[in-house]
Design a protein around this ligand. Structure first.
Ligand SMILES: NC(=O)c1ccc[n+]([C@@H]2O[C@H](COP(=O)([O-])OP(=O)(O)OC[C@H]3O[C@@H](n4cnc5c(N)ncnc54)[C@H](O)[C@@H]3O)[C@@H](O)[C@H]2O)c1
Length: 307
């Protein structure tokens, strides 16, 4: 089978690419390398077709999608703060780019699209755990773009013969996650600080919770979503909220370092509490997370130490 992975040179996309190559599939990666890195694909670079173009470039997409059976749509500017500062740029990549992919898929023989959505769509809705039938309360342009992308995907699925599933990832972490940008997610930013003997910066009081999911579980979620009849929107989470303070304690245990964070102002658009029920997805395709937070962190520390 021929798979297209948009954003395939990024953190999550590159792990999906590795899994597809291992299964013997033919893989095309479409990535403008704005955040992704060819190094993430180094294990399989000779086995894949890498196209360095943007999903906003409508003219190239029909050719890219020709002969593609399935699409994992991971490409996006994956940052809430960036979207708050640059709503139009973010919109172009995250929503117009998604529509471009849906259009190109509709005009070729693509059978199914599995898209990366986000926990951000729930916003500050205080009901826990989050379930898919709760009203969305987007608090950032990024969240609006992911929610609108889901709507587009579902409508395309109803109107045209393309199956569509959107996976609302909670906080994904693991090797290859982007480090060194001012938009770095908490886990790579904290690990980087700890390895360098610096104080990790926590935005807010550290009591905010996140539902951390290890990259291997995200890859298996994508494969199961694609290979099953799962259609619609699904939480991909561990149904467990961990505060940033608890996270730093576990990191201290793993590294043997006494971690002394610096507390800074909360960032606009960031949500306070977040964890989610994944039973709808589990019922649809049998997926369950398998890797504990501590085991995932051990592998992630090893990766960042090896850089
Ligand atoms: N990492 C998380 O915790 C998380 C949580 C929820 C949702 N997501 C979503 O998962 C997907 C993958 O995220 P990630 O963490 O791997 O981020 P990432 O930045 O590592 O990967 C995104 C990839 O998309 C590429 N890209 C960006 N704009 C593009 C464009 N216009 N055309 C082509 N390629 C483009 C980047 O170069 C990068 O390789 C994104 O859609 C993101 O919004 C991630």
């Amino acid at each position: 089978m021929h798979y297209l992975v948009t954003g395939g040179a990024g953190f999550i996309g590159s792990h999906i690419v590795d899994a597809l190559v291992e299964k013997g599939h033919s893989v095309t990666v479409l990535d403008d390398l704005s955040a992704g890195n060819v190094k993430n694909l180094s294990e399989n670079i000779d086995k894949i077709n890498l196209i360095q173009k943007s999903i906003t470039d409508k003219d190239v997409l029909p050719e890219v999608c020709r002969d593609v059976d399935f699409i994992f749509h991971e490409a996006a500017i994956a940052s809430v703060p960036f979207s708050v500062e640059n709503p139009s740029v973010s919109h172009e990549a995250n929503l117009t780019g998604t529509l471009n992919i849906l259009e190109a898929a509709r005009k070729s023989d693509v059978k199914k699209i599995v898209m990366a959505s986000s926990a951000a769509i729930y916003g500050n809705n205080t009901e826990m755990p989050k379930t898919e039938d709760m009203p969305a309360e987007p608090m950032s342009p990024y969240a609006v773009q992911k929610l609108s992308s889901e709507y587009y995907g579902n409508v395309y699925s109803d109107l045209y013969s393309i199956d569509f599933a959107a996976l609302r990832y909670f906080n994904v972490f693991g090797p290859r996650q982007l480090l060194g940008s001012s938009y770095a997610a908490a886990i790579p930013a904290f690990i980087n600080a700890i390895i360098k003997g610096q104080q990790p910066v926590v935005f807010g009081d550290g009591n905010q919770t996140r539902d951390f999911v290890y990259i291997k579980d995200i890859v298996s979620a994508n494969l199961k979503a694609m290979e099953s009849n799962a259609k619609g929107v699904f939480n991909v989470s561990c149904n467990k909220g961990t505060s940033l303070k608890e996270l730093l304690e576990i990191m201290g245990e793993i590294s043997g370092v006494k971690v002394r964070p610096i507390y800074s102002k909360p960032r606009p658009g960031d949500v306070r509490y977040s964890y989610a029920d994944y039973s709808k997805f589990s019922d649809a395709c049998g997926w369950k997370p398998k890797v504990s937070l501590k085991d995932g962190l051990l592998e992630t520390f090893d990766f960042f130490k090896s850089l």
